[in-house]
Design a binder for this molecule. Structure first.
Ligand SMILES: [Zn+2]
Ligand SMILES: [Zn+2]
Ligand SMILES: [Zn+2]
Length: 339
């Protein structure tokens, strides 16, 4: 189980004031059908968030050349839903072509099979990974540098991790890797929130990045590589400046329900300097990302919220149902209201 939370760099339209009655642009938001037995809510939520991400939608529109897999082609299937979103007069569209392509692609692994419920965060991540494979021939390269690969150009965080001893200065070899989704344990996040609340009486929204970093590194202690006796913490360093950052919350608590605590910790902004031990890219250091989408899981069902930049409104997606919602920041955390 996971939520996907997306942030992107502030666009010019983000600050545009609320315009009552501007439903024209919202007409371009459509629902996605989920007939009984299809269990497609995980896919529908992932697709809605991808469609609402302006950077992704516009970049995908410009691409056509790809390694096509015919009926099993996730690239073609996603492009077809996107053009339907633009051209169709229906209020809700089927997502069957993509559902089939996904099932066919992951047949051997027995994942995302027809009729079966699956994980929206993994679906989201796998769609992005597949788009990379459809666009880039050299899939053996560890770090993708292809200019036409939307997946890595827009979403990937290029990182390295290293253990450095504060006491004797010894360090482990830096380990480079890329990440499309940055996963954080909700149990660890709530522990960090508690620690902060012991010192101050409330959470500030600009602490969100640091909270996530602390939660992400907390249990990761090693013995000093030169055996000086210290236990040392992991350091993760960001080397690029991703345009879209995705946070995946891992619901790992067996017993207690942390939902309210997690919601309380969510901030509407995320600065990359807070999220990592160090950020080397000058643009990334200054970057303050805005929340633009969320995929939520509740009662065995996935739903999505996404920011519709043309109308500056938040939209709620529950398969075929699409509603405008109001999102407010109260006491520095997020609140959603249905209209
Ligand atoms: Zn294709
Ligand atoms: Zn790539
Ligand atoms: Zn040491």
């Amino acid at each position: 189980m996971a939520w996907v939370k997306l942030f992107r760099k502030p666009g010019t339209r983000l600050g545009k004031s609320y315009q009552p009655g501007s439903m024209l642009s919202l007409a371009l938001t459509k629902g996605l059908l989920n007939e009984p037995g299809q269990n497609s809510c995980f896919l529908n939520s992932a697709v809605q968030v991808l469609w609402q991400l302006d950077i992704f939608r516009r970049s995908l529109r410009q691409l056509s050349a790809h390694f096509c897999l015919g009926d099993a082609c996730i690239f073609c299937a996603l492009k077809s839903i996107f053009s339907q979103f633009q051209q169709s007069r229906e209020r809700a569209l089927p997502s069957d072509t993509l559902r089939h392509a996904l099932a066919e692609t992951f047949k051997d692994e027995q994942r995302f099979q027809l009729g079966l419920m699956d994980d929206a965060a993994e679906c989201f991540e796998n769609i992005l990974e597949r788009i990379h494979l459809h666009l880039v021939s050299d899939s053996a390269a560890e770090i993708c540098t292809s200019k036409s690969c939307i997946t890595h150009q827009k979403f990937a965080m290029t990182l390295y991790e290293q253990f450095v001893c504060r006491s004797c200065g010894a360090s482990s070899d830096p380990l480079p890797f890329t990440e499309l989704v940055h996963y954080v344990s909700t149990t660890a996040l709530c522990q960090q929130v508690e620690r902060v609340l012991e010192r101050t009486d409330r959470l500030r929204s600009d602490m969100f990045g640091e909270l996530l970093q602390a939660a992400n590194t907390i249990g990761d202690l090693r013995n000093c590589p030169s055996n000086c006796g210290q236990s040392i913490k992991i350091r993760r360093v960001l080397m690029n400046c991703p345009e879209i950052v995705t946070i995946g919350f891992v619901w790992d608590a067996e017993q207690s329900d942390l939902t309210e605590d997690v919601i309380r910790s969510l901030g509407p902004h995320l600065n990359l300097s807070g999220l990592f031990y160090r950020v080397t890219d000058e643009n990334a250091k200054k970057r303050d990302l805005h929340l633009v989408g969320m995929i939520c899981y509740s009662s065995r069902h996935y739903l999505a919220f996404a920011y519709h930049s043309k109308s500056s409104k938040w939209v709620f997606f529950d398969d075929a149902t699409v509603k405008e919602v109001i999102i407010e920041i109260k006491h520095e955390s997020l609140h959603f209201f249905s209209l």
